[in-house]
Design a protein around this ligand. Sequence first.
Ligand code: NAD
Length: 250
Amino acid sequence: MNAFNLSNETAIVTGASTGLGRGIAQGLAEAGADLMLVDYVPCDETAAEINAMGRKAITMVADLMTTASIPAIVEATLRTFGKVDILVNNAGIIRRTPAIDFSEKDWDDVMAINSKTVFFFCQAAARDMMKRHHGKIINIASLLAFQGGINVPSYSASKGAVAQITKALANEWASQGINVNAIAPGYMATNNTKALREDQKREKAIVDRIPAGRWGTPEDLKGTAVFLASRASDYVQGHVLVVDGGWMAR
Ligand code: NAD
């Protein structure tokens, strides 16, 4: 299983305090990586779990609603670990309102963190990765990169952009030793989907349509994240990999 081994690799994971980012960070650490955990709230619990595994985790509190903190995050990672091998752009938000009443603020906020920050974080990390001709970028998209969704127009637009950013960057950087791919999680039980899971009618309609018959969990993304972060995926470029219990196959 050496192709999946992440020993001596350094990863930045955004939105790592909870949910899918926390699960992905744990998975990368289990495979041997050291981590820079970023969030606008402290990532102390995630860091403690990773340190308990014998891996090194450092943390930084930063608001990714703007791109302003990206250079400082990359610099802090380089100061401690000397390199950035893996970037997981996971931090993201969702706003739910029928399209007819959707506000400009809800449009701008979601697009800012979910797609603009993703692009400029990729750019900042790739500048270091290119020096060593080695890097793995994993952007967290959504099934709403493929489907339109209901009451979440800016979210769908932003995740469609994530899929296209992923392909655009893969085209430019594959020849420079950088793999750029995305994971499109299905319906996962995190804060992001709390409102859906509390709406009994929607909750039942969603589970009834998932062939696996259950919501996904942060643990369900670990293996996919390790695959896309490791040598095992060296010839995988610009792919949006769904991890959805079969939703898209239906
Ligand atoms: P979550 O709300 O539990 O986690 C989001 C993370 O992003 C949190 O750690 C949060 O603190 C962080 N974050 C939010 N705003 C931030 C900001 N301004 N600056 C820095 N960090 C910020 O939700 P999640 O489900 O774990 O979502 C993670 C990613 O997965 C998101 O990009 C989301 O769109 C995507 N996703 C989730 C699902 C799902 O069903 N849960 C499905 C598809 C895609």
